[in-house]
Design a protein around this ligand. Sequence first.
Ligand code: ATP
Length: 310
Amino acid sequence: MKAVEFDHLVKDYGSLRALNDVSFSVEQGQFFGLLGPNGAGKSTLINTMAGLVKATSGQAKVMGNDVVSSATAARRALGLVPQELIADPFFNIRQLLTLQSGYFGLRGAKQQTWIDELLERLSLTDKAGVDTQQLSGGMKRRVLIAMALVHRPQVIVLDEPTAGVDVDLRRTLWQFANELHQQGHTIILTTHYLEEAESLCDSVGIMQKGQLIALEKTQDLIARHPFRHLQLELEQPVDLAGLLNRAEFAKDVFDVQKLSAIKFRIKLAKIVTTAQMLAWAQQQSVAVADIRWQDAKLEEVFLNITESVS
Ligand SMILES: Nc1ncnc2c1ncn2[C@@H]1O[C@H](COP(=O)(O)OP(=O)(O)OP(=O)(O)O)[C@@H](O)[C@H]1O
């Protein structure tokens, strides 16, 4: 059974097609990154999964449960941390979490122990009796996280959880998310911080204009797009850009950035080995002092994919 499954999902808002025939699945136990530029359809997809948005056609399932025909079971399997911050004038944090537990039929001492644990983990213990209206933005976000986890869902969806949060909460959040992942929960994360996605997510899906345009293991995706940066230090100043323009692999040279008179950062679109590079330098009578490679980052791969599709 897949953690989540989308089958030919379409969502129209009037004449705007926010989801255009999206089909893919996320395996149980994955830490999955859902990426895409603003307006790509990520939130629409997530909200469809959570039963908050009704698809125009197609199907979405959470842990095998159709989000429409088995809505209660699907909702129970999912914990969504939404983007928007809440403020409830009537309840304090503990009351809110107890109420949320009640929606899932969870009551009693065992549930209160779990609520205590959530409060502790999210550094909210001191604030448990405070009305949510009086909380800062970051604390409201912690409450949202606790609310999403109150029923210990198998699938946890974090919709841009670190937008505008401080370093401390960001660290707490990733530590907690990693722990939940290790305990076997499936985590689905949308974020515009691609460094976060690269370090946390084992697989990523990239959406653009309502369609899924890439779906791969994070490392495979990066490896398949052979950008590498070469940091080259020369013994003496040389017009490296000029020389490279005349080189046989000139078409592969992406960008030459002069860092100093002798230091360059070269972005290559094709893998060139160190030996090839050194042989070429020798041919050109360029004395190389140091050569260092750096792999592409998810951010560059992402920009390359989304730019080539748009
Ligand atoms: N309730 C709505 N009514 C009309 N159009 C909507 C509604 N919700 C979203 N849209 C439109 O659907 C498209 C997809 O929006 P969505 O919020 O899913 O994108 P996103 O990838 O989550 O973007 P972001 O990264 O900015 O959060 C956008 O063009 C948006 O304007």
